[in-house]
Every structure is written in C-alpha cells, then in structure tokens.
Design a protein around this ligand. Sequence first.
Ligand code: E4P
Length: 223
Amino acid sequence: MKFFVDTASLDEIREANDMGVLDGVTTNPSLMKKEGDVDFHERIFEICELVDGDVSAEVTATDFDGIMEEAHTLAKIHDNVVVKVPLILDGIKALNALRDEGIPTNCTLCFSPTQALIAAKAGATYISPFMGRVDDISSDGLNLVQQVVEIYDNYGYETEVLAASIRHPMHVVECARMGVDVATMPLDVIKKLLHHPLTDSGLERFLDDWADYQNQQKEAAAA
Ligand code: E4P
C-alpha cells in the first residue's frame, strides 16, 4: 500500500518524508489556501523536488479547453506531477485526452461507484473516492471504497484506487484490508498509525528494568 501525505506544507512533507514511508503527495486548492502567500506552481515544484513520488496538482478550470491548458502547464513543472481533474463531464473528456498524451491524472471528488467506473473507462491513473466527506453526511465512505475496489477488480481496470479524505487510522486499516492501492492522509493520521499505548508503557518498563539491571551489575562489581 502506498502512503501519500495530503498537504501543501513543505514542513509537513519533510516530516513525513523523514519517516521513510512516504510515496507521494496530494494537494488541492483548499490546502494551497492554508499556505498563504505562496506561488502555486513554485510550491508544486518544491514539493516535487522533495519527494520521490507522484505529486497531485489540481486544475481549477471546469471546461475542457481550460482543464487541458492548465494540465499542460502543470505537467511541465516536473516529471512527478499528476494532474488532478474533477469528476465532471469536461473532466472526463480531459482524462481521455490526457491519457492519450501520456499525462498522468488523479480524478478527484469521487463520491459514487458509477463515477469511479466512468473515470476508469476514461483512463484516469488514480481515482480518489473521498471517504471522510461521505461519512460526514451520515453515509458510508468505506462501503464506497469497497465498491470501487470490487468493480475495478472485476474488469481489471488499471486505474489505481487512491483513498482520500481519510480522517483516522481505522480508515487506513480498512483500506489496507480491501487492498486499496494508495491512502492519502494528513500528517497527523500518518503519525497516529505508529502509536500504541502498550508500546509506550512496554518501552518505559523495559528501560526502567534496564537501568535497574545496570545498577545491579555495578553493585555486584563493587562488592
Ligand atoms: C484528496 O486528494 C483530497 O485532497 C483530500 O483527501 C480531501 O480531504 P478532506 O475531505 O479532508 O478535505
């Protein structure tokens, strides 16, 4: 399973990268807004230079020509760029055209299995079902991802399932059990994957006992 970090913050990306488990990055316009006064294209370049993996950069045009123009500009920034395209009619047309040009894509804002099916037929490199946002409206984000995985497996689609809008470690566990290709998550969730209170208390006890043992050795040597 690949881990992507869902952020445009260089500090957060560095921290995730330093853990040695990072396979890529996803950004979106809202994450860019959080960064304040930074140039979008420059920031995407900086992220690509930091991370050895795919970096999703989103178009904001909603018509075919506009999406294609932005996609070409983004793809020129760096070889790691994956163009993020919204799951709308002109976005689907653009996915087809970008596939023909060999430009990798991440089809974003997927909330139904039918949308995911269309994106795969259009040749998206990644499909991003938004689990947390589905849960937010009292529906079942895991079930959405499960359906997408099942449909793609049935037909051998090459589009990779990139579980997005992940809110907590159990989303990641369930995605891993389903064989999802990629999970993109905030840094905070990546860090939580590591924690277990029994590891912390177990380590504390081992270190205390080790200190006692060393004292015993010293006392024995001095006797
Ligand atoms: C994915 O590519 C999106 O950027 C992201 O996962 C959206 O997450 P959110 O619902 O927490 O904003």
